[in-house]
Design a binder for this molecule. Structure first.
Ligand code: GLP
Length: 255
């Protein structure tokens, strides 16, 4: 699956002047999804990119946006990490969204970073995804530098990949060291939804901000669709919107 003639769809690309506008636009799209279907299934990301979007969704909730009908499935989680580790994605989600809105506890899904057996945990999570059904909307970030990863689907991930334990690319480990303080404390593995899981969503939004994402965005949108640029697989999906600030879009031919 790496030939140019497999390009099927043109993603919508929205380039905004500032990262704050990216947050605003992304939160408006998520809010519109929730208002159009209050029982939506949302696939959600972590990382620094979606923090502003979550902040605006919390404000929207305080202003009356009901989230009690939502079901969420997170994209990925480090493994192994104690569940209450401040850098676990479970902790991230609590801090940035779940503690401030009314999504029922039982409707929030994320792989268990402290599972004894990661293979069993990946299978358990895959079964949950299957039971819940395809997401109405998946929100994604993109990996740093050349990684072009989505979820933790690093370079080499197959289009048919499913939820599994993966090795985190050294470039990603280095970029994520800023959250841990010491690079040696960053887990080298993670459990992630696969490319095939992500592509099952009915709609997909990818947000990217800053120069550090420019190469990944260029690879995703202008290189042939191939597994060494995992985000390029999004071009095989009919309803994808890339929301970029001007720095993230700066290496694109068309801008
Ligand atoms: C992590 C996550 C990705 C996320 C990426 C971007 O590696 N696994 O799902 O998209 O980081 O992070 P940031 O937004 O902090 O650049």
């Amino acid at each position: 699956m790496d030939r140019e003639d497999l390009w099927l769809f043109k993603p919508e690309i929205t380039v905004l002047q500032t990262s704050e506008l990216v947050d605003k636009y992304a939160s408006c799209l998520v809010e519109a999804q929730i208002r159009s279907n209050p029982n939506s299934i949302l696939t959600l990301p972590t990382g620094s990119s979606p923090i502003g979007m979550y902040r605006l969704l919390v404000i929207a909730h305080k202003n009356g946006l009901d989230m009690s009908g939502l079901t969420t499935t997170n994209l990925d989680e480090y493994w192994p990490l104690p569940k209450n580790h401040p850098q676990s994605y479970a902790a991230f989600m609590s801090e940035n969204l779940f503690n401030h809105v009314n999504i029922p506890d039982s409707h929030r899904n994320i792989p268990d970073s402290s599972a004894e057996n990661p293979g069993v945990e990946a299978d358990r999570y895959q079964n949950i995804l299957k039971k819940i059904g395809p997401a109405d909307l998946a929100v994604l970030g993109i990996g740093p530098g050349l990684t072009c990863h989505i979820g933790f689907n690093e370079r080499g991930s197959d289009i048919g990949s499913r939820t599994r334990l993966v090795n985190i690319d050294p470039e990603t480990v280095a970029a994520n060291a800023r959250f841990f303080g010491n690079i040696n404390d960053v887990p080298s593995q993670a459990i992630t939804q696969g490319i095939a899981d992500i592509l099952e969503a009915k709609k997909i939004i990818l947000i990217a901000k800053g120069k550090g994402k420019a190469q990944g965005i260029q690879r995703a949108l202008e290189e042939p669709v191939n597994k060494n640029a995992p985000a390029s697989f999004l071009r095989l999906h009919p309803k994808v919107t890339f929301i970029l600030d001007k720095d993230a879009a700066s290496l694109l031919d068309t801008f």
